[in-house]
Design a protein around this ligand. Structure first.
Ligand SMILES: *Cc1c(COP(=O)(O)O)cnc(C)c1O
Length: 228
């Protein structure tokens, strides 16, 4: 199979998994994580129907989104202050915000650009030292702080589950969904309505994430690698 066929295959499986969980077939957005490939593969995935792409490095986000401005580009990587201008200038959604000072900077840059930047708060649900994100206990306060910034809109939560054990990953996704529901309940009207996204699930575990209520899965290798 080539990239186009693999994308189509994963997209069909995502829709099928939604149906089998009693969710609408389009309840979950499939984000094609193109961080390891070039423009040609992006184009191939797009021929299979991909419209949402994820990048974890600002340089590649800029390069690919400028080559394909008609698609939605998601930033899923580590945020550095000096790259915030590039990220805000090119990302429809930042999945990986977990420091309030970065939120403040994002808001200031977004104001200059005349936009409101959508963000997700990254939560380290599993507590693994190698993962970034706030702890679940810290998440509600950070969501409130970032929601109060004028040019940022907090759309939900994001996590990365530990790899290698689907039961552990599943627990992590259900914990995130529970935290999401709890925070949503605590937010005032308009903020609660907009807090409607959960970004969870990668090549190995996206089906578990959909079962738990994820609304966005970020899939790289299952689409772009012929050895996955
Ligand atoms: C690379 C990456 C993915 C995709 O991982 P695969 O295992 O290749 O599907 C998803 N989310 C983040 C944050 C990533 O860095």
């Amino acid at each position: 199979m080539a990239v186009k066929e693999r994308y189509e295959h994963v997209q069909e499986e995502v829709a099928e998994t939604c149906r089998s969980c009693g969710r609408p077939a389009d309840a979950v957005a499939l984000i094609a994580v193109s961080k390891t490939v070039g423009l040609e593969e992006v184009e191939e995935a797009a021929r299979g129907g991909a419209r949402d792409f994820g990048e974890n490095r600002p340089d590649e986000l800029v390069r690919k989104s400028e080559a394909f401005p008609e698609y939605r580009w998601h930033f899923i990587g580590n945020i550095q202050s000096r790259r915030i201008r590039d990220i805000v200038g090119h990302a429809c959604l930042i999945h990986s915000l977990f420091e309030e000072r970065h939120g403040q900077r994002i808001s200031a840059v977004a104001q200059e650009m005349g936009k409101v930047q959508d963000v997700l708060i990254e939560v380290n649900v599993s507590g693994e030292a190698s993962k970034s994100g706030v702890t679940p206990a810290e998440a509600p306060a950070l969501v409130r702080a970032v929601a109060s910034l004028p040019h940022v809109c907090v759309r939900g939560l994001m996590t990365m589950a530990p790899q290698g054990d689907l039961d552990v990953a599943r627990r992590c996704f259900f914990d995130l969904a529970e935290l999401h529901a709890r925070i949503k309940e605590s937010l005032p009207g308009e903020d609660a309505l907009l807090f409607d996204q959960i970004s969870a699930g990668m090549s190995e575990d996206w089906a578990c994430a959909i079962e738990a209520g994820s609304t966005m899965v970020r899939v790289g290798r299952a689409i772009f690698s012929d050895t996955f």
